[in-house]
Design a protein around this ligand. Structure first.
Ligand SMILES: Cc1cc2nc3c(=O)[nH]c(=O)nc-3n(C[C@H](O)[C@H](O)[C@H](O)COP(=O)(O)OP(=O)(O)OC[C@H]3O[C@@H](n4cnc5c(N)ncnc54)[C@H](O)[C@@H]3O)c2cc1C
Length: 338
């Protein structure tokens, strides 16, 4: 392929589960986690960059999102649909198999994920590391979440509806009194505006006699912070800290932009901001650097061509002289022969 400049935007490697894949190479301990990423997220741009000497950074920094939906119809699927942050943002609470809350649901993704791993049961399967817990929401929360709630509930079938907490306890197989105590404590924290996990934002109270929604969620690979090393102009940097001329990269294919863990919502901002910088850099490169580079290389090219032409001319002349016996009359001597 010939082109003036390349901007790599091929995304991350959050579904690169192959034997020779990046997940196995850099984070083998999470290879059995499910993923919210599509099958196209294989880090092909990162691999391409590495092949031509690009430096890679933060390849072991992979974000595991705390809440991927467990589909009741296909419980152990490797691919999970993302259960968005907003489900917890409008007040949804996380509860383990004993009916206990175990974290501030509004904490960062890595915090909530680590709490789920500490406090929730890992399912008994050889193929997946699936730590499951329940996310509970009431009717007010569902309404505040908006119309997508019905999409997850009615179209995707991820959310179950229960008429009250008695029905919930029966359906998810948790002792009712445990759930009732947990809700009493939650409502008490709502009044005090703080709980034992230092959660200070409470939007709605729960009522054990009213409708309640439940969904099962599990931590899933979501975003890869590592990738190609770039500078502030999005130029790709090689292992000797030099720019790879004409090669730019933007988005999840790059590494180092978000540090060791990305805050939710920042990826699309990054794609917009750095995408624009990449476009400017590539255009500038084509306009400025490449012109001078072409001049420089064409001077070199002219020297090479002239040199080879001269060599060929000399050979042809020598051959002609030999053919006409010009050298036959000469006796070549060097110091030794003399
Ligand atoms: C379910 C989900 C929800 C998310 N929600 C948010 C959110 O709300 N806010 C936020 O900021 N971030 C969110 N993210 C993260 C964000 O979507 C991604 O980080 C972002 O889309 C990355 O953009 P990108 O252009 O770098 O890569 P991608 O969007 O992955 O695009 C890469 C493209 O390159 C193509 N490609 C890959 N390899 C090749 C190849 N060899 N040849 C040709 N084409 C190739 C792929 O098919 C794909 O079309 C979410 C991610 C997921 C998975």
């Amino acid at each position: 392929m010939y082109c003036n400049a390349i901007i790599l935007t091929s995304g991350g490697f959050g579904h690169d589960f192959g034997e020779n894949g990046f997940l196995k190479e850099f984070v083998p301990h999470i290879m059995k986690f499910p993923s919210t990423n599509g099958h196209q997220s294989t880090g092909s741009g990162v691999k391409l960059g590495r092949e031509i000497g690009a430096d890679l950074v933060d390849m072991d920094k992979v974000q595991v999102h705390p809440t991927g939906f467990v589909d009741p119809k296909n419980r152990y699927a490797k691919d999970k649909f993302l259960a968005p942050e907003l489900l917890r943002g409008v007040g949804g609470i996380l509860v383990n198999e004993y009916g206990d809350r175990f974290c501030n649901e509004l904490g960062t993704r890595d915090y909530v994920t680590s709490k789920i791993k500490e406090n929730c049961k890992k399912q008994d399967t050889d193929i997946l590391d699936q730590y499951e817990c329940f996310l509970l929401m009431n009717e007010e929360m569902a309404i505040e979440f908006g119309h997508n709630f019905n999409y997850y509930k009615n179209v995707k079938g991820f959310i179950l509806e229960h008429q009250n907490f008695y029905e919930l306890a029966e359906n998810i197989n948790i002792d009712y009194t445990k759930l009732e105590n947990m809700i009493k404590q939650y409502n008490h924290a709502y009044d005090k505006k703080i709980d034992k996990f230092n959660k200070t934002t409470f939007l709605y109270k729960f009522d054990v006699n009213k409708k309640i929604y439940s969904m099962i969620i599990t931590p899933s690979i979501h975003y890869t912070m590592g990738g190609l090393k770039i500078n502030s102009k999005t130029e790709v940097i090689d292992i000797n800290r030099n720019k790879i001329y004409g090669l730019f990269a933007t988005g999840e294919v790059t590494g180092g932009v978000h540090g060791s863990n990305r805050l939710g919502g920042n990826s699309l901002a990054e794609c917009g901001v750095f995408g624009r910088i990449s476009a400017y850099s590539a255009v500038n490169y084509i306009k400025n650097y490449k012109n001078s580079h072409i001049k420089y290389s064409s001077i070199l090219g002219t020297i090479y061509v002239t040199f080879f032409e001269l060599m060929i001319m000399v050979l042809v002349i020598l051959k002609c002289y030999k053919r006409i016996g010009y050298f036959d009359n000469y006796d070549f001597r060097n110091d030794y022969l003399l």
